[in-house]
Design a protein around this ligand. Structure first.
Ligand SMILES: [Zn+2]
Length: 212
C-alpha cells in the first residue's frame, strides 16, 4: 500500500497568509544537566500549511473545527489535475473530466510547485476557485474540496468563494501539496487538530491509491 503524504511541513520559514501571525517553533527546554527532556513551543495562526477551514471562518455563528464531520474528512476522493492558466471557474471545472459521483475533490494545479519554487515567501498569484466555480461545486453536491495553496479563493477577492462553499456545508482543505500525486481516485484521511471553538486548524492529510 502506497501512502502519499499531501501535507506540507510546518516550520518557521513556511509562507503564511499576509497579515497572519508568523510561525514560531522553538526548543525551549534542552536535554542537559538540568533537564532529561527536549520540549518545544509552537505559536502560530491556525491557517498554516495544510489546514482546514470551518464555517466559523467566514460565517458569524458558524460551526467550529471540532464539529467538522469525520465521515466527510475521511473517504473516497478524486484528485483532478487542472493545469490551465487562470482561476478554476465554471468552464474549467466543467471540462476537467471530474466524475459525476465525486463527493470529495482535490485540485492539483500549478500551485503545488510553489511550495518548492518560492519556499520562503507568499505568492499572491496562485490559482484559486472563482465564485462561479464555487457555485458549480455546490450544484454538483461536493462535500469536501481541497486546494494546493493557502486559500481556496483568489487573493484579490477572498470572501465570496469561501462564503458560498462554507454556507453549503462544504469542508475546505487548503495548503495541500499534490506534487507527487497523479489524477485519479484515492482514499483520503484528513485529520485537523481538535482545536475547540476555532475557525480552522492545521491538519495531516494523506492519500492512499484506490485500486478499485
Ligand atoms: Zn484557511
Amino acid at each position: 500500500m502506497q501512502i502519499y503524504d499531501i501535507s506540507v511541513g510546518i516550520h518557521p520559514g513556511l509562507p503564511v497568509w499576509p497579515g497572519d501571525p508568523a510561525i514560531e517553533l522553538e526548543r525551549v527546554i534542552e536535554i542537559g544537566v538540568d533537564s532529561p527532556v527536549n520540549v518545544s513551543r509552537l505559536a502560530s495562526g491556525v491557517h498554516i500549511g495544510t489546514h482546514v477551514d470551518a464555517p466559523l471562518h467566514f460565517l458569524a455563528g458558524g460551526g467550529s473545527v471540532e464539529h467538522l464531520s469525520l465521515e466527510v474528512l475521511v473517504g473516497r476522493t478524486y484528485v483532478a489535475e487542472i493545469l490551465t492558466e487562470g482561476h478554476l471557474d465554471r468552464d474549467a471545472l466543467e471540462n476537467a473530466g471530474i466524475p459525476q459521483e465525486t463527493r470529495r475533490l482535490l485540485f492539483k494545479t500549478s500551485n503545488s510547485a510553489l511550495w518548492r519554487s518560492t519556499p520562503d515567501r507568499f505568492e499572491p498569484e496562485f490559482v484559486a476557485v472563482s465564485v462561479d466555480g464555487a457555485d458549480w461545486l455546490v450544484e454538483r453536491g461536493i462535500q469536501l474540496v481541497g486546494v494546493d495553496y493557502l486559500s481556496v479563493a483568489p487573493f484579490e477577492d477572498g470572501v465570496p468563494t469561501h462564503v458560498r462553499l462554507l454556507s453549503a456545508g462544504i469542508i475546505i482543505i487548503e495548503g495541500l501539496d499534490l506534487s507527487a500525486v497523479e489524477a485519479g481516485w484515492y482514499s483520503l484521511t484528513c485529520l485537523p487538530l481538535k482545536l475547540v471553538g476555532s475557525e480552522g486548524a492545521p491538519a495531516r492529510a494523506i492519500l492512499v491509491r484506490d485500486n478499485v
